[in-house]
Design a protein around this ligand. Structure first.
Ligand SMILES: *Cc1c(COP(=O)(O)O)cnc(C)c1O
Length: 396
């Protein structure tokens, strides 16, 4: 593109005309003392059903206290990359604790899940090698594939048989990457089948469990625990601390040799400042709470079931998700946006998800639940959805 602002203006106007322009809301404040459920936005109080704070930890006093105590004693910034002088006690302790939590030999801390995926993919799929991604994988896995220079293809969503055909009959090294829980649909990858396909074809399997960790499995250890899979089945596990753990940062975990290799080679690990120690301290508190308070996981699951039962009574169509991510498909982007606005008028914050985040013509409302919601919050949402969707069909 030439250096031409009018071309950018035209492109922005085009986004407007397609209802694809994104607009940020500014959260002015949280209303309650220790939950993020009620937010003040543009002068109104809204009930928030659009965060990934599944366990309700993002404003928990123990995380906030761990963070501030660490900041007061250790400072605000790490001032260097991990391999220079930025690696400190809280980072080391968090790596040990998250590795133990997910039952892996070793874990490596990264600044974000986005960067963790860049690190994992670029190291395990080199230029010219083969890489296979689920069609609905998170954008960071796709960007990682582009950056890696591997020859990558996307297999139809969840279709491990198609993947198996793609993998067969070539001796070139291969890697496969999948979300554990798909972030915009809430459904699970068929991980047992993916694992056996990858083992048969001697391909690396990388699972990004951003939305399963803390939420799924008998001990909250995520999608792998849900399916009873181990390090041998899924050599590399990626997770983020910004969702169920209510903090920030991310990790990759797996066999010691693989993690050591990543530490030596992964540019998104090497060439960036270590995340602040207070953030790692908050994450450690979150892991301890997730272990000590299984009721959080049980509660978010019970609220999800309550929502689904309510929607069924009201005749609201939902997809098959059993996780706290519950999409309501609207088809057009315009409809997603107008429903979102109507719900906001009624006091509810839900997100309208549009392309390119989801495929064309699959715009949706993405509703998420947190252990901090009450039963009344969920019932109020169901009632508001029923009313809003009914009015929408009348006006259509
Ligand atoms: C949110 C998300 C990421 C990115 O994690 P951050 O820590 O927010 O950068 C990666 N993968 C999936 C599936 C996600 O939903």
């Amino acid at each position: 593109m030439l250096r031409d602002l009018s071309a950018l203006e035209a492109a922005l106007a085009d986004l407007d005309s397609k209802q694809l322009r994104r607009r940020r809301l500014t959260v002015d404040a949280f209303v309650d003392a220790d939950s993020a459920v009620r937010v003040r936005v543009e002068g109104r109080t809204l009930l928030n059903f659009s965060s990934n704070d599944y366990l309700g930890l993002s404003r928990h006093p123990m995380l906030c206290e761990a963070m501030s105590a660490c900041a007061l004693s250790q400072g605000s910034g790490s001032a260097a990359a991990h391999l220079i002088s930025g690696h400190a006690r809280e980072h080391a302790a968090l790596e040990t604790e998250i590795a133990a939590f997910v039952g892996r030999e070793r874990a490596l801390l990264l600044s974000t899940g986005y960067m963790a995926n860049l690190a994992a993919i670029t190291v395990l799929a080199s230029r010219g090698e083969r890489l296979f991604l689920d069609r609905l994988n998170h954008a960071s896995l796709i960007d990682a594939a582009l950056l890696s220079g591997a020859r990558f293809r996307r297999y139809p969503h969840g279709d491990f048989e198609a993947l198996s055909r793609m993998l067969a009959g070539s001796a070139t090294a291969a890697a496969v990457a999948s979300d554990g829980v798909f972030s915009m649909d809430g459904d699970l990858a068929p991980l047992a089948q993916l694992a056996s396909t990858c083992r048969q074809n001697r391909a690396w399997l990388i699972v990004d469990d951003a939305h399963g960790l803390g939420v799924l499995g008998a001990g909250g250890r995520g999608t792998l625990e849900h399916f009873h899979l181990n390090e041998d089945d899924v050599p590399l596990l990626v997770g983020t601390f910004g969702k169920a753990f209510g903090s920030f940062g991310a990790f990759v975990a797996g066999p010691g040799t693989l993690i050591e290799y990543l530490m030596q080679k992964a540019r998104p690990y090497i060439y960036t400042t270590a995340l602040p120690q207070p953030v790692a301290a908050a994450t450690r508190a979150a892991i301890a709470l997730a272990l000590r308070e299984p009721w959080r996981r049980e509660r978010v699951s019970a609220l999800t079931q309550r929502f689904r039962a309510g929607c069924e009574r009201e005749g609201i169509a939902l997809s098959a998700s059993a996780t706290p991510i519950q999409p309501i498909l609207t088809g057009s982007s315009a409809r997603a946006v107008s429903l979102q606005q109507a719900l906001m008028g009624a006091g509810f914050l839900v997100s309208a998800i549009r392309p390119p985040t989801v495929p064309a013509n699959t715009s949706r409302l993405r509703i998420t639940f947190s252990a901090s919601h009450s039963e009344q919050d969920v019932d109020a949402l169901v009632a508001a959805l029923a009313e809003t969707l009914y009015r929408d069909t009348l006006s259509a």
